[in-house]
Design a protein around this ligand. Structure first.
Ligand SMILES: Nc1ncnc2c1ncn2[C@@H]1O[C@H](COP(=O)(O)OP(=O)(O)O)[C@@H](O)[C@H]1O
Ligand SMILES: [Mg+2]
Length: 342
């Protein structure tokens, strides 16, 4: 659906020039959630901005649904851009407008009539879980709620593609997770393709099915999430894989072993969300499998009835029991990762 072909971009400033993108090619299929990961200054923002031509590449093509965007006249381009939503690290909400009025903005600019706007805005607020905040002003919202407003606004024109530039970088881990789950939900329910850039491996691991790694303006590698994760020895991928996970309590970090050993128990990081609450999770461990456990760390946020976040559990049962519980998590799509043994 989207073909980024051989894109290059050099910035010129006074006498200096800087090659921010160097012959990048990437294709994105409809319905994918593609993550682009790279360190600060790698060229991620520049790349995502070339997709809707906010940044014009020096060379290369951006072909979306068969049209080369670099060849479009400005009026045509403006029309095409409306079908591409965008969200940023800083939510860019208007402080003088209420939540509803912020979401309504793109529709007002488009000349949509008031009744239709009202109907659409209330649908959008429902999707992002903010119906009860319609009349509030941005300053009374949390960071996660502000990003939800920005997401609703980005969906106003029924985009087929959502571009996310570090959308969760200003948020704490539990809020990040709830926003990522919302993006996953939007992708699945509304069939919107998502291109997301981040410097956090955890973000990629949580939502993306395809990944591209860029460094110094160059595409280093691309593939499915599993393919990328399996390239553990690649120096850049290695740095990302070691970052982003829940921080281990320090005293544990020292004695943490990579492989199972007699007398050591697994430390499992488990995700909670709308599907599984903290209580249900602990009940699986303790009531269903009768495994004693130690809750080492919890980073959980509640949004209405639902909880979002992560727990770090040490499963202190027999080795086989512990494995059964982890097997159950995997069978039931409860996201988890064994961080080590202690
Ligand atoms: N408008 C611009 N003028 C000059 N240099 C720029 C401009 N935009 C970005 N750059 C430079 O290009 C490089 C890549 O920037 P960016 O795409 O923002 O990286 P990232 O989003 O990965 O942190 C950086 O070195 C940045 O300073
Ligand atoms: Mg950036």
């Amino acid at each position: 659906m989207i073909e980024i072909k051989n894109i290059s971009k050099t910035f010129h400033q006074k006498k200096q020039s800087f090659k921010a993108l160097d012959k990048i090619s990437l294709s994105i299929e409809k319905g994918d959630i593609v993550g682009i990961i790279g360190f600060s200054g790698a060229g991620k923002s520049t790349l995502i901005r070339t997709v809707n031509l906010l940044e014009r590449p020096d060379e290369g093509e951006i072909i979306i649904n068969g049209k080369d965007f670099t060849q479009l006249k400005s009026r045509e381009l403006a029309k095409e851009r409306k079908k591409i939503g965008m969200i940023f690290q800083h939510f860019n909400l208007l402080s003088s407008r209420t939540v509803s009025e912020n979401v309504a903005l793109p529709l007002e600019l488009d000349g949509v009539n008031k009744t239709a706007i009202q109907k659409k805005v209330s649908e959008l607020l429902k999707i992002v879980g903010l119906e009860d905040k319609a009349g509030d002003y941005p300053k009374s919202l949390s960071g996660g709620q502000k990003q939800r407003v920005a997401i609703a606004r980005a969906l106003a024109n029924d985009p087929y593609l959502l571009l996310c530039d570090e959308a969760t970088s200003a948020l704490d881990p539990a809020t990040t997770l709830s926003i990522l789950q919302l993006l996953r939900d939007i992708n699945q329910r509304l069939g919107i393709t998502i291109l997301l850039i981040t410097h956090e491996m955890e973000v990629i691991r949580t939502v993306c099915n395809h990944v591209a790694v860029i460094d110094n303006g160059k595409l280093i590698t691309k593939g499915t999430l599993n393919e990328i994760i399996s390239q553990k020895d690649h120096p850049i991928i290695k740095q990302f894989l070691n970052s982003g996970a829940m921080n281990m309590p320090q005293e544990l970090n020292k004695k943490l072993q990579k492989e199972p050993q007699d007398g050591l128990f697994p430390l499992v990081e488990v995700e909670v969300n709308e599907e599984i609450s903290v209580e249900q999770l602990l009940s699986i461990v303790y009531d269903k499998y009768k495994i004693p456990y130690k809750l080492l760390k919890a980073d959980v946020e509640y949004l209405g009835e639902a909880n979002f976040g992560k727990l770090l559990l040490q499963l202190q049962g027999e080795q086989e029991e512990n494995q059964q519980a982890i097997y159950y998590f995997n069978q039931n799509k409860i996201q988890n990762r064994v961080r080590g043994y202690a």
